[in-house]
Design a binder for this molecule. Structure first.
Ligand code: PLP
Length: 487
């Protein structure tokens, strides 16, 4: 009779044979690698002629017809499912004619960084476990800090996106100003109606929903009025409230507008407020000569959010927070478990786990470092200049097109516009116009509401968007507006 221990060993060996399937053999590596790369490459090759948006009956539900089972499936079949139900349905943000929301497609070199990061799976949370990964992340943060003019004592971390980074900035500002529960109803946050909604969401999530929100009026370019801000602060002070935080936009999502960053800095310094700048869309435009002047003052803020998955063209899941004084960031996010007792830190290289809400996390720096090292900065600067100039070109062309009216001259790469029909309701007309454009699918655009007006938006953010794509967009808009106006 087998002893219990022998039976256990036999079972372990059986299990091992099965569990080893998790590690591909060299032949499986070759096959998988070839098939996945072929798939990726054919996807990219199809982009110039493919649709920016697929409207139709397929909605990914076919995936559900192929449930997860005990036995696997050949990779070809799995990739076919992916293609049919995911990669050809809905919005294609990698298309050069994706001109709607902000985050566009990701540069392929970055995807290779992600691939390598996932293979190594280095733990980037602590210096102790991967000094190289932590140095790489901090190097990326220092690069961004120098880019915007932050001092050497600045710190930060790579977040999953702008929403989380904004939330962390708010928490840092809350701790820096020592705001306890009892004080929440007395503290005041200043923003505008164009501030990204993730700020409202973050305030609510972090327990600050009772604080006072002051939406400062905007000028005709949708910029926060500096005088309006100062008056509001003085009035609140006189009423015994505690002005705490200003959230300025360095490129608002709706209109691409930049608030008067230098004036806001002066006001927050005079009155002792935390000056946070949300540059999730716009901050990287400091890399190009068209963007840098309009972003003047961005580096004077106390904290700043940037989104590499927007204007640095990285894959989704790449945000960044910079805080002028890294001690304040650490104070708001620090924490250690007893099981970290063996871990020794580094005196100057901050470990992301101690300055962010996350512990085990994606090795985000690699998807940013690899393309910056391989490609250099020049093509990034060129792409950003190109996007601003394409937006200006679109603006000029559309303002010459009968029937269309354009919003403010673009600060960055977003243009707002609408069609003014000779008769009938303009809002209904523009809603129908966008519906037809999306149904056609050659281009993807979006709309927003500005003072109850339906306004169309052109956001030039995808790195694949070039002059020929803007020309297609103009052609599509002219075609469908004329067709609609004639009915
Ligand atoms: C996109 C955006 C956000 C939100 O960032 P996510 O990365 O989508 O979470 C915040 N603010 C601005 C100005 C944005 O454009």
């Amino acid at each position: 009779m087998m002893s219990q221990q022998q039976a256990n060993l036999t079972r372990i060996r059986q299990l091992e044979r099965i569990a080893r399937r998790l590690e591909p053999s060299p032949e499986e590596w070759d096959e998988l690698g070839d098939k996945v790369l072929d798939y990726a490459y054919s996807f990219i090759r199809g982009m110039p002629t493919g649709r920016a948006y697929t409207f139709g009956s397929r909605s990914g539900a076919g995936l559900l017809a192929s449930p997860v089972t005990e036995a696997g499936m050949p990779v070809d079949n799995v990739l076919a499912l992916l293609k049919r139900h995911v990669d050809t349905v809905g919005v294609n943000p990698g298309s050069g004619r994706f001109l709607g929301y902000i985050p566009g497609g990701s540069i392929p070199v970055s995807a290779f960084g992600d691939f390598l990061g996932a293979v190594f799976n280095r733990y980037s949370g602590m210096f102790f476990s991967s000094p190289g990964a932590v140095r790489m992340e901090n190097m990326m943060l220092r690069w961004m800090a120098a880019m915007v003019g932050y001092p050497a004592v600045a710190g930060g971390y790579l977040a999953s996106g702008g929403s989380l980074a904004n939330m962390s900035a708010i928490v840092t500002a809350r701790e820096a100003h020592d705001i306890g529960c009892a004080e929440v109803p007395n503290v005041v946050v200043y923003l505008t109606k164009h501030t990204h909604h993730c700020v409202d969401k973050a305030l609510r999530i972090v327990g600050l929903k009772e604080c006072v929100l002051r939406r400062i009026p905007v000028d005709d370019q949708f910029r926060m009025s500096a005088t309006g801000l100062e008056q509001a602060i003085e009035k609140d002070k006189a009423q015994g409230l505690r002005p705490w935080l200003v959230v300025a936009s360095a490129g608002s999502t709706d209109t691409g507008t930049i608030d008067p960053l230098r004036d806001i800095h002066e006001i927050t310094t005079t009155h002792g407020l935390w000056n946070h700048v949300d540059g999730a869309y716009g901050a990287f435009f400091v890399l190009c000569p068209e963007g840098a002047p309009v972003l003047d003052g961005i580096g004077l803020s106390d904290s700043l959010v940037l989104d590499p998955h927007k204007t640095l063209f990285m894959p989704y899941g790449s945000g960044a927070l910079l805080v002028r004084d890294k001690e304040l960031l650490a104070r708001a996010h620090g924490g250690r478990g007893a099981y970290f007792q063996d871990i020794v830190g580094h005196p100057t290289e901050l470990s992301p786990a101690y300055v962010s809400p996350e512990l085990t996390r994606h090795f985000r720096a690699l998807r940013m470092w690899l393309p910056l090292k391989v490609l250099g900065l020049t093509p990034f600067r060129a792409a950003l200049s190109e996007k601003i100039r394409l937006a200006r070109h679109f603006y000029e062309e559309l303002s010459k097109t009968p029937g269309f009216e354009v919003g403010p001259y673009p600060d960055l790469s977003i243009v707002t516009y609408r069609y003014r029909p000779a008769r009938g309701d303009a809002n209904a007309f523009n809603r129908e116009l966008i519906r037809r454009v999306l149904q056609d699918g050659r281009i993807f655009i979006s709309s927003t509401l500005l003072d109850d007006m339906v306004v169309l938006r052109m956001a030039v953010v995808c790195f694949r968007t070039h002059l020929s794509d803007i020309d297609v967009a103009l052609e599509v808009l002219r075609e469908f507006s004329a067709e609609l106006a004639a009915t």
